[in-house]
Design a binder for this molecule. Structure first.
Ligand SMILES: Nc1ncnc2c1ncn2[C@@H]1O[C@H](COP(=O)(O)OP(=O)(O)OP(=O)(O)O)[C@@H](O)[C@H]1O
Length: 652
């Protein structure tokens, strides 16, 4: 596609587009002067945020997640104003599927192929769609020892307590999932060294086929009469659907298309991803979903929370042990990086020659001998998702012992490394293109009821073709409101939303949007916006730039556990950091760009712009237009040919 064409892949697959326009309301109370035209434009196009909620219907399932009533959940409870046809604007009748299989079946008639082989519809000034139903509160693991942050918001005088990390529950994934009572019983997949360790040698690779393991029907789960649900995917088994079509998928699977990972039912507690006792969400406010813990409006539950549609993304299933290829069918090229939950290698599929990334799952991180729940979540989500802006997981492979690897599409860079090695910041048109891709990915997640919860530049992969993909779903959750509060200890500090820093336990997709705002600022400025050293320091840094919030601009603020009433209100200095013009080389943002950034960094989560609304922001239509043809090539920045083996992800 030629430079200057504004192409965006806009999904029309899951939801009917709205024909309505919504009033726009955003947080402008931080002392920022907004351009009038910009304001008008924003009001015209952006998602309306409102805290009212409506209940149209809901889907119900029994405790194992089986659908018992096929009522629809109206995700677009945009507020009473909209529902009341105010000013000719009526409530969009959009209905959203919850926790159903995620299928990327774009309507191709509205799409075109971009230079990056993406299906992309051309941006046009069509009427905006309603805000995504997106988000909500996440059923998180809540640790009893989660600390409450206290802060005296006078400048940066904030007191805090140490919070514990989010501790995912351990899933006994492999042992016992297929009839093996211990690891020793597991059939040897490949009798050689473990892949991923330095001692790995290609010579050890064997052509031996994976021993067929008993499937779930033969497993101890299946024969466990006390656990009739074990064999049910809704109860104890994680089934990962590879909803057909789309991206490349499991080259080594048996063709059935998904992976079933039986896990102890106990493993999935109330806060878990595959929770069976979930309550109805039913609180679509302003495009962000919120858990309402005191919902008494249920029509038929006597005030109890309804079981919401379970978070099963599955369609078909295969037994992981039965179908996994061996990691020795890949040739290890080099170690790319190591994160908290796993080591990532660059590797080559010996059969196809395809270059892939292998993420080795760290075992026993949380509990001895267990399979990290974070990895299970990540595998499940990534295998189920199919979107150009979400990194694709092709299959899961194992080595001869108990190591599990995710086979992912290989991406040459991550944004963090790129920003570090670049000599010049991205141009505004490049920022726009990256932001469009990011927002499309985030919208896709939120549309499919997933909070990423750890959006940051190191979790945004970029190909040399300039494609951006979100990775690292280890902290993500499919949200479905639960009675328990959520742990606020999510999201890497610099990208953490103020409601989390202030100890809020009910949060929504808005936390991801805050992170997106931080990323946008970082893309423009080439350095992180808020670089706090601790939670207290992080809050202080935010307040220094945006001004301390108050109850007026953020209703409910003072109810957050970390807030004390004596708030001061310094000026909002964001514009000075991103002026419209600069003679000093500071990063510049037009009025529209600044409007989008301010909307992403709105204090009040309910006023924070949604991914869907952000995608429609006029900044993307103003010159310079998004540069969709830009290539992420080192020669652009270093004046020399980039040698693939020396990309910034590779270990020296
Ligand atoms: N598909 C991929 N292609 C290329 N590099 C990748 C890929 N996936 C991950 N990486 C690299 O590996 C790093 C760590 O990956 P990832 O974030 O998934 O691991 P993690 O253990 O969950 O990390 P974290 O510590 O952030 O939780 C990424 O920042 C990126 O540099």
């Amino acid at each position: 596609m030629a430079a200057g064409r504004v192409n965006v892949f806009r999904r029309t697959d899951l939801y009917k587009p709205s024909e309505r326009e919504y009033d726009y309301y955003r947080n402008d109370s931080c002392g920022v002067e907004y351009n009038r035209a910009c304001d008008r434009a924003a009001r015209r196009k952006n998602g309306y945020h409102n805290s009212s909620r409506t209940r149209d219907s809901r889907s119900r399932r029994d405790r194992f997640g089986t659908r018992t009533e096929d009522r629809k959940l109206d995700e677009f409870s945009m507020g009473n104003e909209l529902m009341a046809h105010k000013d000719g604007v009526r409530m969009p009748p959009e209905k959203k599927r919850k926790f159903s299989s995620i299928v990327c079946n774009r309507e191709e008639k509205d799409m075109r192929i971009s230079s990056k082989n993406r299906l992309v519809p051309v941006i046009s000034p069509s009427p905006p769609r309603p805000s995504s139903p997106s988000s909500d509160s996440v059923p998180l693991d809540v640790d009893s020892d989660v600390g409450i942050l206290e802060c005296d918001i006078t400048g940066s005088e904030v007191l805090g307590l140490e919070n514990s990390a989010d501790k995912p529950v351990v899933a006994d994934l492999l042992v016992g999932c297929s009839g093996f009572s211990s690891q020793a019983d597991l059939p040897p997949l490949v009798p050689s060294e473990r892949f991923g360790d330095d001692e790995y040698e290609e010579d050890n690779v064997e052509e031996e086929k994976v021993t067929q393991a008993p499937n779930i029907a033969m497993s101890r789960w299946a024969s466990d009469s006390d656990s009739p649900s074990r064999s049910s995917p809704e109860s104890g088994e994680i089934r990962v659907g590879l909803s057909g079509g789309g991206r490349t998928r499991s080259s080594g699977s048996d063709g059935e298309g998904s992976v079933a990972v039986p896990v102890s039912e106990d493993t999935f507690g109330e806060n878990e991803f595959f929770d069976a006792d979930m309550i109805d969400i039913d609180k679509k406010r302003d495009g962000h979903d919120y858990v309402n813990q005191s919902d008494s409006e249920s029509e038929d539950d006597g005030g109890c929370h309804q079981i919401k549609e379970p978070s099963m993304l599955n369609q078909r299933s295969i037994n992981m042990l039965q179908c996994c290829r061996s990691v020795f069918e890949f040739e290890k090229l080099n170690k790319i990086n190591e994160g908290t939950y796993g080591v990532v290698y660059k590797a080559k599929d010996k059969k196809t020659g395809e270059i892939v990334a292998l993420k080795k799952v760290k075992m026993g991180v949380e509990k001895e001998g267990g399979f990290p729940m974070s990895s299970l979540r990540e595998i499940n989500i990534l295998l189920s998702f199919n979107h150009p802006s979400v990194v694709g997981v092709k299959e899961v492979v194992m080595d001869d012992l108990d190591s599990v690897f995710m086979v992912m599409e290989y991406m040459e860079y991550d944004l963090k490394d790129l920003l570090e090695v670049m000599k010049q910041p991205f141009s505004i048109s490049e920022v726009k293109w990256l932001m469009l891709q990011l927002l499309e990915g985030v919208k896709y997640l939120h549309d499919n009821w997933v909070l990423h919860r750890d959006l940051k530049t190191s979790n945004l992969l970029v190909s040399k073709e300039g494609e951006l993909k979100i990775c690292d779903f280890g902290l993500s959750r499919q949200y479905g409101s639960l009675l328990k509060p959520y742990t606020p200890i999510v999201v890497t500090l610099w990208y953490r939303a103020p409601e989390l820093l202030l100890g809020g336990k009910q949060y929504s997709t808005a936390i991801d949007m805050w992170s997106v705002g931080c990323i946008m600022a970082e893309l423009v400025a080439k350095e992180p916006l808020f670089k706090g050293k601790s939670e207290i320091d992080q809050l202080g840094k935010i307040f220094q730039v945006l001004g301390a919030p108050n109850e007026k601009i953020w209703p409910g603020l003072t109810k957050l556990p970390g807030v004390r009433p004596n708030l001061k209100q310094p000026h909002n200095l964001l514009r000075t950091k991103f002026p419209a013009r600069s003679f000093t080389g500071s990063p510049v943002l037009s009025d529209l760009g600044f409007d989008l950034l301010s909307s992403l960094l709105a204090y009040d989560p309910e006023k924070r712009i949604t991914a869907e609304a952000a995608l429609k922001h006029d900044w993307f239509r103003e010159v310079p237009l998004p540069r969709s043809d830009f290539k992420c090539n080192f020669s652009v920045w270093h004046g020399q040919e980039r040698i693939p083996e020396q990309d910034p992800l590779e270990e020296q």
